[in-house]
Write a protein that binds this ligand. Structure first.
Ligand code: ADP
Length: 447
């Protein structure tokens, strides 16, 4: 087992990792920018190192500073959290060259899954269902027309190097195709420096359902069920739940087993998420995230398994603590991502939180790095914290969520708490009856 882990992140996720390391008796090192000297993860870590000025590229993305911090403190492993360097294959390689363990998958697996065309090809080879579409990049309009006619309109043009929902164009008919292709190519070229695009069937009303896996890197992998993250704004998840209100136990088991077998065959190591669009009873792979995700606590709530413990165990060569037959899914969990944003316009609202009070009681978890008097710096994402509520079933979970939201106080800045208070009282949300466009449509009508 590791002696000391350096956490190359900030905010609630740095705290999350720190808690797991402490439970395992491992020393922790926090790194921080000059803007984060007063942050909770810095206060709670055994040691801390300032790695640069506020801008992320000079601090949390500064590989040299982070490696140096590791060497100075004698940390033997790095947990990257999510975002920042968590899916940077080069970072994983540099750490390996310095004999520091990267708590995550191999650089090769990060690289394969980071390229959308390569990821889709790999998923297909491993038996994971993918969206019908081109076999790789589409270079000319004639081929594009042929493929689009085969799969049927509407089609979606996507950038191979895409990310964050950017570089996508829908073509509803053949008449729109050439224009959609050239717009997508030029957008991809300027945004990502790579104009390779590919085509897939455009799904009209899918849900976003993702499967959590953990592999031991030695040919074993387990799945921890799915999360439904269909409530999104601008492709950003807002509300996540486990289990999905749309799946039954057979569907859950079937997709879970498909994915865990695929990851076992790949020899995948660590935690990963396979994201699908789900429509009319079918799953369609869209991408794999080779890291811990923001919404992982809903899975922890229904399985009782600490995903960060598993990541650390696997990275240290200790294997998984659970077999598939040990994993069961109990009750229902919902996570709300509470952001420092205006609840109507979603404009970020950094500043000082004059009063912060979190809800408590049975089935309530708050993962947050803020406190009363904390000043949210303007340089990073606007997540204040995550409220995760667990109940024996979805109805109980919703009742508990409503009461937990009522207890939550964030004063001094604007937050998205009022949005969740609205959502928890909405009849479609209560019925679990929503697709990936529901929230955008709701906001257009009500805000
Ligand atoms: P990115 O890496 O840019 O986030 P994804 O492939 O994950 O790209 O897709 C982002 C979002 O775009 C999905 O969550 C979904 O809302 C939408 N999307 C992607 N592919 C399709 C598709 N074939 N049909 C309909 N919507 C899609």
């Amino acid at each position: 087992m590791f002696q000391k882990i350096l956490i190359a992140n900030r905010g609630e996720i740095a705290l999350r990792v720190l808690r797991a390391a402490k439970e395992l008796g491992i020393q922790t090192v926090a790194v921080h920018s000059t803007a984060d000297a007063e942050a909770m993860h810095v206060r709670l870590a055994d040691e801390s190192v300032c790695i640069g000025p506020p801008a992320s590229r000079d601090s949390y993305l500064n590989i040299h500073q982070i490696v140096a911090a590791c060497e100075v403190t004698g940390a033997d492993a790095i947990h990257p959290g999510y975002g920042f360097l968590s899916e940077n294959a080069k970072f994983a390689e540099i750490l390996a060259a310095h004999n520091i363990t990267f708590i995550g998958p191999s650089a090769e697996h990060i690289r394969v899954m980071g390229d959308k065309i390569e990821a889709k090809r790999t998923a297909k080879r491993l038996g994971i269902p993918v969206v019908p579409g081109s076999e790789g990049a589409v270079r000319d309009d004639r081929t594009a027309k042929k493929i689009a006619a085969e799969i049927g309109y509407p089609v979606l043009i996507k950038a191979s190097a895409g990310g964050g929902g950017r570089g996508m164009k829908v073509a509803r008919t053949e008449a729109n195709l050439s224009e959609a292709l050239s717009t997508a190519r030029s957008e991809a070229g300027s945004a990502f420096g790579d104009d390779a695009v590919y085509i897939e069937k455009y799904l009209e009303k899918p849900r976003h359902i993702e499967v959590q896996v953990v592999g031991d890197g030695m040919g074993k992998a387990v799945h921890l069920g799915e999360r439904d993250c269909s409530l999104q704004r601008r492709h950003q998840k807002v509300w996540e739940e486990a289990n999905s209100p749309a799946l039954n136990i057979e569907q859950r088991t079937r997709i879970g087993e498909t994915v865990s077998k695929a990851m076992a065959d790949l020899g995948y190591s660590g935690a990963g998420t396979i994201e699908f669009l789900y429509e009319d009873g079918e799953f369609y792979f869209i991408e794999m995230n080779t890291r811990l995700q923001v919404e992982h606590p809903v899975t922890e709530a229904i399985t009782g398994i600490d995903l960060v413990h598993e990541q650390i165990r696997v990275a240290s060569g200790g294997g998984l603590s659970v077999r598939q037959e040990d994993i069961s899914f109990n009750g229902h969990a919902i996570e709300c991502r509470i952001n420092a944003e205006d609840p109507r316009t979603f404009v970020p609202s950094p500043g000082t939180i004059s009063h912060f009070h979190t809800p408590g009681g049975l089935g309530v978890r708050v993962d947050s790095g803020v406190y009363s008097g904390y000043r949210i710096p303007p340089y990073y994402d606007s997540l204040i914290g995550k409220l995760i509520v667990h109940g024996r079933n979805r109805v109980e979970c919703m009742m508990r969520l409503r009461r937990a939201l009522d207890e939550f106080v964030v004063d001094g800045i604007k937050s998205t708490l009022p949005l969740f208070q609205e959502l928890v009282g909405n009849v479609d949300v209560a019925n679990g009856d929503y697709d990936i466009h529901w929230l955008e449509n709701y906001l257009a009508d009500h805000h």
